[in-house]
Design a protein around this ligand. Structure first.
Ligand code: GLN
Length: 474
């Protein structure tokens, strides 16, 4: 067994037993990154010196006390839209190619206090817009399970880092599926927490009413360990909530599960459907009560998301004007400020970001606001009410994460609509602000299929408890 195979609790035991040091572990990961990142391209930047220094500090803690936090000495990868002070933070965009983060995101502060080791920053679709990591300005990440295929997106780098054992765990962000879909494609666990539980101070905003930071891990237990340490009220993020994770007992025989009939539609890949249905059967055999439910407004989820999301994007991207943020060095002095803005943005933003800005400016403009944005917000309320109603009857809802298996690089990149369809099962959860986790449900050849466990707001404990049990069964 390699050090890079170990889970967080196994590592913790290893540290206590002095079987290996935090520096040994960090070096093992750095070696793997050195060997494999050229192919997988999970990391945009790696910090060997800083990581080794943090590992040495973790070793000092480990050697001086018996009671050290579970994340002490744990090597973590961070999506490159989350700020680490003094390091580049690019959001995989040319416009931020040379941007250095002036402060730490709150999640980074929290993990630092636990003694975590930051290995580097991971690749993503530019500004977290996309479902395959092919929209990165610096080149695509490859799926470690099959290098011809995409790892999903937008947090594809973080998912691939964990799946390829280039990091023990990772952080990503999820606006419409960007943690769950790559977790599903790469065969790891990924959680999108309830909106507001994790501070977004120091996360580059994509669509502010939807964005959440969450963990990727090798298994459910590890995801829970990371999640517990990043939640809570933060005075620097007014949308954050005073929340503390409290565990509880669990018996699968008391678990009521809803299966929404609208999620098993025409067009879903037959192999994906088979794996998910078989998983549900096993869960039912283990004693859970399964019932079919209806979420009638599901069919409008994708349309509402692709109006609300770009609308918010168009506002959030306004700050990248080449003056306040995103100075691109190739730009020569322009004759006036406005053309300077225009050429910065034209040269700095990729195609998908420009497409979303245009969509968002259109849906927010006078005359179209009521027809598109306002209507989408009303649909959003209906979708939330669908879930509220369902959760009066059931404890969790199970669905596939993605309608397809991981697709080949280049397969969908020329067809934005086809790409948007990959998000059909994930976006409604963000519109409703709910927590949801992807866990591996089974395989098709060497590819993995993720099962989505959707929970009530602030009820991550049921998601984790159920997820842990399902993990044993599947
Ligand atoms: N794939 C979705 C999109 O392109 C979700 C992105 C995300 O969650 N950041 O908008």
């Amino acid at each position: 067994m390699e050090l890079t195979d170990l889970t967080i609790s196994q590592i913790h035991k290893g540290f206590i037993g002095k079987d290996f040091s935090a520096l040994d572990l960090t070096d093992a990961y750095l070696k793997r990154i050195e060997k494999l990142n050229k192919k997988i391209f999970a990391f945009l930047s790696v910090f060997p010196n800083e990581a080794r220094l943090q590992a040495k500090r973790a070793d000092e803690t480990i050697n001086s006390t018996k009671n050290f936090p579970l994340l002490t000495g744990i090597p973590i990868a961070i999506k490159d839209n989350i700020l680490i002070e003094g390091q580049k933070c690019t959001s995989a965009s040319k416009i931020l190619e040379n941007y250095i983060a002036p402060y730490n995101a709150t999640v980074i502060e929290k993990l630092s206090r636990q003694g975590a080791v930051f290995l580097g920053k991971t690749n993503l679709d530019e500004f977290a817009m996309g479902s395959s990591t092919e929209n990165s300005a610096f080149g695509p990440t490859r799926n470690p399970l099959d290098e011809e295929r995409v790892p999903g997106g937008s947090s594809g780098g973080s998912a691939a880092a964990v799946a390829g054992e280039l990091a023990c765990c990772a952080l990503g962000s999820d606006t419409g599926g960007s943690i769950r879909q790559p977790a599903s494609f790469c065969g790891v666990v990924g959680l999108k927490p309830t909106y507001g539980e994790v501070s977004r101070y120091g996360l580059m905003a994509t669509a502010s009413s939807l964005d959440q930071i969450g963990p990727f891990a090798k298994n459910v237990e590890d995801a829970k360990i990371v999640f517990k340490e990043i939640v809570g009220k933060d005075p620097l993020d007014s949308t954050s909530i005073d929340y503390k994770f409290i565990d509880s007992d669990f018996d699968i025989k008391n678990l009521k599960i809803g299966i929404p009939k609208e999620y098993f539609i025409k067009g879903i890949d037959k192999d994906v459907e088979k794996v998910i249905k078989e998983a549900i059967n096993k869960i039912e055999k283990a004693g859970a009560k399964i019932e079919e439910i209806s979420l009638p407004n599901t069919e409008y989820g994708l349309a509402a998301y692709y109006i609300i999301m770009p609308s918010e994007v168009s506002a959030n991207m306004a700050r990248y004007d080449g003056i306040r943020f995103g100075r691109t060095p190739e730009i020569k002095k322009e004759s006036d400020l406005f053309s300077y803005y225009l050429s910065s943005r034209e040269q700095g933003f990729g195609e998908e970001v420009r497409r979303r800005i245009m969509l968002g400016v259109y849906t927010l403009s006078a005359g179209y606001y009521d027809a598109y944005y306002l209507k989408a917000q009303k649909v959003r309320t209906l979708i939330r009410e669908d879930f509220n109603k369902a959760f009066k009857k059931v404890d969790i809802i199970l669905t596939p994460v993605s309608p397809t298996l991981p697709f080949k690089l280049g397969e969908k990149i020329k067809d934005p609509l086809e790409m948007y369809l990959s998000d059909i099962f994930t976006v409604s959860i963000n519109l409703a602000g709910l927590p949801a986790m992807s866990i591996p449900a089974g395989q098709v050849g060497k590819l993995s299929v993720g099962l989505q466990i959707i929970g009530k707001p602030f009820d991550e404990k049921t998601i984790f408890n159920a997820g842990q049990k399902f993990q044993e069964l599947l």
